[in-house]
Write a protein that binds this ligand. Sequence first.
Ligand SMILES: *Cc1c(COP(=O)(O)O)cnc(C)c1O
Length: 384
Amino acid sequence: MTSDAFIPFARPAIDAATIAAVGDVLASGWITSGPKVEALEARLSALFGGRRVCAFANGSATMEVALRLAGVAPGDEVITSPITWAATANAVLAVGARPVFVDIDPVTRNLDLAAVEAAVTSRTRALLPVYLAGLPVDMDWLYAIARRHALRVIEDAAQAIDARWNAKRIGAFGDLVSFSFQANKNITCAEGGCLVLDSVAETERAQRLRLQGVVRSGLDGMDVEEPGGKCNLSDVHAAIALGQLDQLAAITPRRAALAELYFELAEAHGWADLGIELPPRTRTHGAITNWHLFQVVLPADRIAGGRAAVMQALREHGIGSGVHYPALHLFTCHRRRGWHEGQLPHAERIGRSILTLPLFPTLREGDVERVAAALTTTCQRLLQ
Ligand SMILES: *Cc1c(COP(=O)(O)O)cnc(C)c1O
């Protein structure tokens, strides 16, 4: 690879042992849900302090099942963040409930928990916080709100594997915690997800709901009481996830070291003077990010052509970047339900100004230097 090869914003690192393990599954004669899924669930359970784990085909299905377990139904409201992937609110709509978006904290870019509590009504059934870029919210405050109002919590921890709240790993505590292993996530199996929970009854219901709701009995008995979907994980995918878990202890510190380099370069290049906002440092209060994403907020309203012009210029420097995410309440499906501009000012500004810079374990220090220099010269040139 030459030094000016294209740098994507994310890139999975699948090692040779994992590729061989996938080959073994393919050759085994059993390729859908089976022993590898069971092994994955056991490994994840150990990671999360012995809690129950139910694997799914993707994180979106995981959240939809979690909402059903929480009893979220038509007429209910679920409070969530507008700065998230479309899946978060889509899952709420899929169970017939209403997503209630509240504004974010402009520093953490996560839900403003004071606004969350103010948004609770008699119809609120659950809270659905999102840990953007792998940074948890204030978990003590979150669960205090849930307790005060007797609400279930479905944590959209899709991006937060190996993130922590004080000494505790996200997933090792809490109500219904949903993770994703989609291709860009810190550990991936191409597409997959898992739910972490405590209740035996809810775990068994989740296992039924991921495969049509089918219950087998004896050698030939079969019944469906509550129809489910088709979102079981395959052993092919589980073998990839098992290989990735072997790397987790190396992935998280590597991402943190690269993030730290971004902070040093940001200072050296004077990003604050250019109006480029940085993410919170590794530890904010008790929350410890896993550096799923390194995101800056551009002074987009003062840049000719806005964020798209910066992305185009970076592309011409051979650098990929991403948008995670535009404010969801301004999407057509939510506007149709009455959401509009001006309701959530922090989310709206950050939604049009946030930019994800390259960060992945095989990114090199020299690549980070290239990205930082290119963003600096681009902003200097385009700022008005
Ligand atoms: C990835 C992601 C999801 C959905 O996960 P899939 O596995 O792609 O279905 C949900 N929420 C957030 C915040 C995500 O980043």
